[in-house]
Design a protein around this ligand. Structure first.
Ligand code: 5GP
Length: 226
């Protein structure tokens, strides 16, 4: 049975890097390419990061009930096509969804056994610095955009209690290791098969990221957003 992994994070938390690294380094994990009505950014191209479609096309897909979940994020539609789950099940691979908090909620309602991971920035200050660096690099340093993203981030963070794992993205290498450990530990748990390599360390790492064990870290981060 395929395991569905959901990963959500406020914009600027470094989620894309983590997702890309996970896709590169963990075999048998199919990435669900979402459909969106937002235009491509930078070097993005159709069928790679997203399928870029028009609003009428998206609405047609909705009518045909082709989405497992969908949401309006920052004024654009985003949706996960049902066919990705079907294909993952057919090929016996796991499925990775990079979706927002609204989508994660819908998936958990339909597939309660899905594994959800919420990526948190180390603090509000750090998130603000990252957002500023990114908008500077993109050549669009707009204060209103940064403030809106920070505001959205604090709202999204309130959803952390709905997630199974919390990953504080402080040091990239550590976060990648944590993320891989979560995937491997969940696979082992469900299949009963042994983990190749240092299984005790991997299980302990994943356990540390369980929401119930990450309380102390979360409290100080939440306080920085209050
Ligand atoms: P961006 O436009 O920056 O790539 O993504 C904006 C947000 O939309 C991110 O939080 C991303 O996780 C979320 N997102 C991407 N694809 C989907 C999707 O298919 N469904 C939902 N609900 N959110 C998505």
């Amino acid at each position: 049975m395929s395991i569905v992994f959901i990963i959500s994070a406020p914009s600027g938390s470094g989620k894309s890097t983590l997702v890309n690294e996970l896709r590169r380094s963990v075999p048998n994990l199919k990435f669900s390419i979402s459909y969106t009505t937002r235009p491509p950014r930078g070097s993005e191209h159709d069928g790679n990061e997203y399928f870029f479609i028009s609003r009428p096309e998206f609405e047609e897909m909705l009518k045909r009930d082709e989405f497992l979940e969908h949401a309006d994020v920052f004024g654009n539609y985003y949706g996960t096509a049902k066919r990705f789950l079907r294909e993952a099940r057919e090929t016996g691979s796991d499925l990775l969804l990079d979706i927002d908090v609204q989508g994660a909620k819908q998936i958990k309602e339909k597939l309660p056994e899905a594994v959800s991971i919420f990526v948190l920035p180390p603090s509000r200050k750090e998130l603000e610095q990252r957002l500023r660096r990114r908008s500077h690099a993109e050549g669009v340093e707009r204060e209103d955009v940064i403030q809106r993203r920070l505001h959205t981030a604090s709202k999204e963070i309130e959803n952390y209690p709905n997630y199974d794992y919390i990953l504080v993205n402080d040091r990239l290498e550590q976060s990648i290791d944590d993320l891989k450990a979560i995937v491997l530990a969940e696979r082992a748990k469900r299949s009963g098969a042994a983990i190749a390599g240092d299984s005790e360390k991997i299980l302990a790492t994943a356990d540390r990221c369980r929401r119930c064990n990450a309380r102390e870290n979360i409290d100080s981060i939440l306080a920085s957003f209050a």
